[in-house]
Unconditional design. Structure first.
Length: 259
């Protein structure tokens, strides 16, 4: 690094530290546009964050780019990820190499490396599948149509406490229910019910994680919505295999709200 480049880098980081004094910026990290940083955040080398909101205690990995994205409290985004128009709930993590466009993740999700989600759809009932013939130039650089007549982008909704295995693919518009598990390499083209394990190409249900009455109780308890301190207080129970004991302990909450 030349002296001039080093001075410029130092000046940029000093300006960031004045604005966001609790955050830590590695070499080459950049914040652009209307980006808001709340509390202690670590930005890795060459991280690029534009027009986004980053909550306290988050980690943004090396080479990761966030565009029009929001991260809740305590999120971890691995290296070389790309997030566009995406929201990530408290405590969730997305491992390295993922690509996410137009996704909404709930709280405490675990997402493996190189997951792909939100890459758009193409029509199969037109003469051509190419966007030049159904998209305007404002929607696609090759658009030739005077008006848009196909919606190729639909939001992907991922619930709370969802585990998505490495290299899974989520089709635009699918909804993944709370507590579901997506197997590694699965191609998810349909909605996944809460607490169901799916796998394969295309993904299909393999089994339910728990009996139906236990699933219903968990969906009523909604532990992921507890305050952070309460989650920490009950961490041993949340990491226990005693499902019936957990449900009995919080039965009052399960009965207090609809599923």
């Amino acid at each position: 690094m030349t002296l001039l480049k080093w001075i410029k880098e130092a000046w940029i980081h000093q300006s960031y530290q004045r604005r966001f004094h609790q955050a830590v910026f590695a070499s080459g990290a950049r914040l652009l546009g209307a980006t808001v940083v709340s509390g202690a955040v670590r930005f890795g080398q060459r991280a690029l964050v534009q027009d986004s909101r980053v909550g306290s205690d988050c980690i943004v990995g090396d080479g990761t780019c966030l565009h029009r994205t929001s991260l809740g409290f305590g999120c971890w985004i691995g290296s070389e990820c790309r997030l566009i128009d995406t929201a990530v709930g408290d405590g969730s993590y997305l491992s390295e190499g993922g690509r996410f466009d137009g996704c909404v993740f709930g709280k405490y999700c675990s997402v493996g490396p190189q997951v792909l989600a939100g890459f758009g759809e193409h029509p199969t009932d037109l003469v051509s599948t190419h966007p030049a013939f159904y998209a305007t130039v404002a929607e696609h650089p090759q658009g030739l149509s005077a008006h848009s007549h196909f919606c190729g982008r639909k939001t992907i909704h991922v619930g709370n406490d969802v585990w998505i295995g490495a290299r899974a693919f989520l089709r635009d518009g699918v909804t993944i229910g709370d507590g579901a598990v997506i197997g590694a390499g699965a191609v998810v083209v349909k909605d996944v019910a809460p607490y169901v394990i799916v796998g394969g190409v295309p993904a299909r249900p393999l089994r339910q994680r728990f009996p139906a009455d236990t699933i219903e109780a968990l969906l009523r308890i909604r532990w992921w919505d507890w305050p952070r301190e309460e989650v920490k207080q009950h961490r041993e129970l949340l990491g226990s295999a005693d499902l019936s004991g957990f449900v009995r302990r919080f039965a009052a909450r399960a009965n207090a709200r609809p599923a």
